[in-house]
Design a protein around this ligand. Structure first.
Ligand code: FNR
Length: 364
């Protein structure tokens, strides 16, 4: 009490770090192994500079865009982040209400701590549902049908985490989910039981990868649902091309916030190659390290149509519940408008690579 609200997303990170238990911080804020990718996700934005443009006044400025047949007021999307009730009792419903108030599209995690119908009902912009392909196709289908019935318009299939990364910070903290928090939407799915692992077998290859999905499963899902299909976790241009050939509607270039393969490339570094490989007609979204309006301008300049934020959601929840989430969305949108105006951009389409420079470049 008495402390002023944070004025930026980095300040929310600091405040949330102070407030969270070691266990919650390890889960929400940590990354895989040495957290190299986690750090690089931020650093790669800080290495890119912007070159301002002057005397660009005039009417008609807007952050609006069209994405997969929907009009969005701005390009900031709430990424799927699991177990939000562990950050604050407002949980996914609180995030969904904040998202609706600030006109932000929200992606619900399939590991949400609330039934997927609830945030969809309280938040008109909670319209994309993230899923993992399940070991049994009928289990994947059960999730897809529930999402369709609840009014979701797209399935975001996360493909970069067939198994967990090496989460040393969680191990050190002895992380476990608190009582009363669980992935309620994944309970009772018709998946086969996990068979015992024979002596000498590898849990990675003989358990996780043996049940992990392939491109055939994506093609199959494409044929099963009329929802838009978005693949999340693409970093290689060849995978991006394959995804488009498989009938996917959009891609999220992402390393899962540095939580899976440590030393994985930052999305921003891979984005230009991916944009070149798939061409201008495939919407590319990007996440990992977006904390400032200027980060959004940089991502859009390099080929992203929109961006997602992950950790900032749970940091804002931890500091101030649903109001915190509304606040960070307002902050990012204001910062984006300021950055656009100072770069001479009236619309998102005006943002282009010519605005960028290498901040590390030597003048000599
Ligand atoms: C995630 N992310 C994630 N992604 C996904 O597809 N399904 C999920 O359930 C989760 N859960 C999750 C939990 C937590 C605590 C974090 C931090 C992240 C990844 C998320 O959608 C996104 O890709 C990254 O968080 C983006 O990076 P930033 O914005 O956190 O730097």
């Amino acid at each position: 009490a008495g402390r002023a609200l944070p004025t930026s997303l980095p300040e929310y990170t600091e405040e949330a770090t102070r407030r969270m238990s070691e266990m919650a911080a390890a889960y929400f804020l940590g990354g895989a192994a040495d957290e190299i990718t986690l750090a690089e996700n931020r650093r790669c934005f800080d290495r890119v500079g912007l070159v301002p443009r002057v005397l660009s006044g005039g009417t008609g400025g807007s952050t609006a865009l069209r994405l997969l047949g929907r009009d969005l007021a701005h390009p900031v999307i709430l990424a799927p982040v699991a177990y939000q009730r562990m950050a604050h009792p407002d949980g996914e419903s609180g995030t969904a209400m904040a998202a609706a108030a600030l006109d932000a599209l929200m992606v619900l995690s399939c590991q949400a701590s609330e039934p997927l119908e609830v945030p969809a009902k309280v938040g008109r912009t909670c319209r994309w549902m993230q899923i993992y392909m399940q070991p049994a196709r009928e289990a994947t289908l059960a999730l897809a049908r529930r999402a369709e019935a609840a009014g979701y318009e797209a399935l975001v299939v996360t493909v970069d985490a067939p198994l967990n990364g090496v989460r040393n910070r969680e191990m050190r903290a002895g992380f476990r989910l608190p009582d009363g928090i669980s992935a309620v939407n994944l309970a009772n799915l018709p998946n086969p039981p996990v068979p015992p692992l024979p002596d000498g077998a590898s849990a990675v290859f003989d358990r996780f990868m043996a049940r992990a999905p392939s491109w055939d499963d994506i093609r199959w899902l494409r044929g099963q649902t009329g929802l838009k299909l978005v693949l999340k976790g693409i970093l290689h241009p060849d995978d991006a091309v394959r995804a488009v050939e498989t009938g996917v509607d959009a891609l999220i270039v992402s390393n899962h916030g540095g939580r899976v393969l440590d030393s994985a490339a930052p999305a921003l570094v891979q984005l230009p190659q991916i944009a070149a490989a798939v061409g201008p007609d495939v919407p590319l979204l990007l996440d990992g390290g977006i904390r400032r309006g200027t980060d959004i301008v940089k991502a859009l300049a390099l080929g992203a149509r929109a961006v997602l934020i992950g950790r900032p959601i749970v940091e804002a929840l931890a500091v101030n519940g649903a109001q915190g989430v509304a606040h960070i969305l307002r902050l990012l949108r204001d910062e984006l408008e300021i950055a656009m105006a100072l770069c001479g951009c009236r619309r998102l389409q005006d943002i282009h690579p010519g605005l960028l420079c290498d901040l590390q470049a030597s003048p000599l």
